[in-house]
Design a protein around this ligand. Sequence first.
Ligand SMILES: [Zn+2]
Length: 198
Amino acid sequence: MDHALLAQDLAQEARRLSALGLMACTAGNLSARLGGSTGDLLVSPSGIDKGDLTADAFIRCAAEGTPLEPGRKPSDETRLHAALYRATGCGAVVHGHGIHAVALGLRGGDRVVFSGIEMLKAFAGTTTHACTRTIPIVENDQDMTPLAERVLAARVEEMPAVLVRGHGVYAWGRTVAEAGRHLETVEWLCRLRLLSGL
Ligand SMILES: [Zn+2]
């Protein structure tokens, strides 16, 4: 996709996810892969309220995460995004600190399992409520290398998201909108689990 249009998509989705409360206090980050042979990425900047992001705020980075615009600092988690592109072939990655997902992760365990929920159909490729979907949970780390290894090792084919304990959720998709929808869906399901008390 064209650089300018993709940056607009990212800014719009950042504002939407921020309004949903998934990116409080400058938390969260978003990226998308530009078309073409280089695999370059557009990545949100570090330390800025994601509700204030405009299209020109997104920073071009190489496929492995190195910033290509001198003097500009992309998200500290860019290398984890880059690892997810390599592993999944996705087109966009979003990360947020949804409070229900974080709360559910604090209950322990290495996964949360959902069955028979209509909202599972919000995950790309899931066409019926009559299925079981598992969101893996991994331990947090300030070092992106082990965190990326854990996320990639834990991910399962039919679930485009991983929950990091005490931290938040990484979700991905073919487009920015799809990745954002996956993040929103994980938060909705985690909220449901807490509300239902099951
Ligand atoms: Zn985070």
